[in-house]
Design a protein around this ligand. Sequence first.
Ligand code: 5GP
Length: 129
Amino acid sequence: MASIFTKIINNEIPCYKVAETENCFAFLDINPNAEGHTLCIPKQEVDNLFDLDTKLYNELMMFSKKVAKALKKAIPCERVAMSVIGLEVPHAHVHLIPINEMKDVTFRNKVTLSKNEFQDIANNIKSYL
Ligand code: 5GP
């Protein structure tokens, strides 16, 4: 069965898209730690990030770097943190999280955003890409 992220890529489930290339896709996390929390994924459905072939792994890292740079410009923050967890969705993904302090990467503090806020944030990040 296709992962929830494959369904997002295929437009079967809506998302707030940030960026797309031939092999990678970025969209806002639906339950964000902070405004701008973005997920970068390979289009190929592989569970574990470290099982990606080297070429696609490097491509995803370069893609994540580009999105992180745009994120830093779009969202005022101390840093953009990068985290790989994967306990919930078995489709490799890189979390990019604008942070100001350690608690922003604990995945315990969550922010609630309206549809309009999500859309504005996605548009803002896109404008720096
Ligand atoms: P992990 O697998 O790294 O533990 O967490 C998966 C992440 O994907 C979580 O932060 C969760 O909020 C996010 N997520 C799960 N389902 C969806 C979804 O349908 N849409 C979006 N945009 N994010 C999701």
